[in-house]
Design a protein around this ligand. Structure first.
Ligand SMILES: [Zn+2]
Length: 365
């Protein structure tokens, strides 16, 4: 091949092929196939001479170095991640550029289908980048980000004040644990041009548009906004239930006496505590939190007409609910009700007593 490409040079010189393969025998032998005959005819123009290949010093050295060098897999396996979040007025997107340890470049544009602030979009972009790198098998990762705020927060130089930011930061920190080594460096926007343009593309282009880069739509944010804390602390009913079930009294002597006295007013039926009363049927005991819901339903709910304290308490009892702080809770709720304040009666009475005015002369004004 070389002799054909470099024909002008090769024709004026003698070609010596040093090889350890029996080429001469094959080309000049008698039992040739048609293909080898073709080659032999073409190469005959050049008057090639074949010599056995002797040991080459440089080659031996190269082989030796290749054989004896200790290979450090981690040293070279640093992945690079360039991230940028972009936000137009209504649409947010993120651009990711991932360079693997072997130099393979991956580009990805992500469009967010939920409302997010600029910083949230940046965090989402970072999280997505970390996720992809982890899935691709990166162990050592260098992140490059043009948002100084987020780089500072992740590196612990600045503090996340917003609750949502804190949740995002927590999630990033959790995810970083998947990597053996992780660094996040702030770079100016000019050096992050490719991720930036991908992010802009993600937030501006139509989803249906055909393109070569990997295109993704993220329907929900990565953090879970619905945090429901369930209060498992002991309610006021627990001591009564324990006493009525197993006659268990609290450690404190005064409390024990008090419980024994008042427990006569309570009854336990199928695990539910009821309060006895003179005029009402059994009242179901509820926690103050449940009671607050009942109060709001009665006072300002669908059929609520913003009644006063006594009426609301009467309605609660008539509906068959009881908790010890019923009166206090009702007073607080009604005092704080904005509607009641807007529409309350304004007193128009004078602050001092009226005094009669006497006319000095008849018909005097
Ligand atoms: Zn009200």
């Amino acid at each position: 091949m070389a002799s054909r490409k470099l024909k002008p040079y090769c024709q004026s010189h003698q070609i010596i092929v040093r090889t350890s393969q029996p080429l001469k025998k094959i080309l000049e032998g008698k039992n040739k196939s048609s293909c080898i005959t073709d080659w032999a005819n073409q190469l005959a123009d050049f008057g090639i001479e074949y010599e056995p290949r002797t040991a080459i010093k440089a080659q031996a050295l190269a082989d030796f170095i290749a054989e004896r060098t200790i290979y450090h897999p981690e040293a070279n396996q640093v992945w690079k991640l360039y991230v940028d979040g972009s936000s137009k007025q209504s649409v947010k997107g993120a651009g990711l550029l991932i360079v693997s340890s072997t130099g393979v470049r991956m580009e990805r544009a992500v469009r967010f289908e939920f409302a997010a602030s600029n910083n949230e979009a940046e965090y989402e972009a970072l999280l997505m980048g970390l996720k992809i790198c982890h899935e691709a098998g990166a162990k050592s990762l260098s992140g490059f980000f043009d948002s100084q705020l987020i780089v500072g927060q992740v590196n612990g130089e600045s503090e996340a004040k917003d609750d949502i930011m804190k949740m995002y930061l927590q999630q990033v920190k959790e995810f970083v644990k998947n990597f053996d080594k992780f660094t996040l460096v702030h770079i100016p926007r000019s050096q992050n041009a490719q991720a930036d343009s991908l992010a802009k593309l993600a937030s501006s282009a139509e989803i249906s548009a055909a393109r070569d880069i990997i295109w993704e739509v993220l329907p929900n944010p990565s953090i879970n906004f619905m945090v429901n804390t369930i209060d498992r602390s002991e309610t006021w009913m627990e001591p009564y239930i324990k006493y009525l079930q197993n006659q268990t009294l609290p450690q404190d002597e005064n409390q024990a006496k008090m419980l024994q006295k008042t427990a006569r007013w309570f009854a336990l039926h199928e695990g539910t505590l009821y309060k006895k009363s003179y005029t009402h049927p059994l009242l179901k005991c509820v926690s103050p939190e449940e009671g607050n819901y009942i109060l709001r339903e009665i006072h300002e709910g669908g059929c609520g007409i913003h009644q006063g304290v006594r009426t609301v308490i009467g309605k609660v009892l008539k509906n068959g609910y009881y908790w010890p702080s019923l009166r206090g809770d009702t007073e607080t709720l009604i005092r704080r009700c904005p509607q009641c304040q807007y529409h309350s009666k304004i007193g128009r009475k004078p602050s001092n007593y009226l005094s009669a005015m006497q006319a000095v002369l008849p018909f005097d004004k």
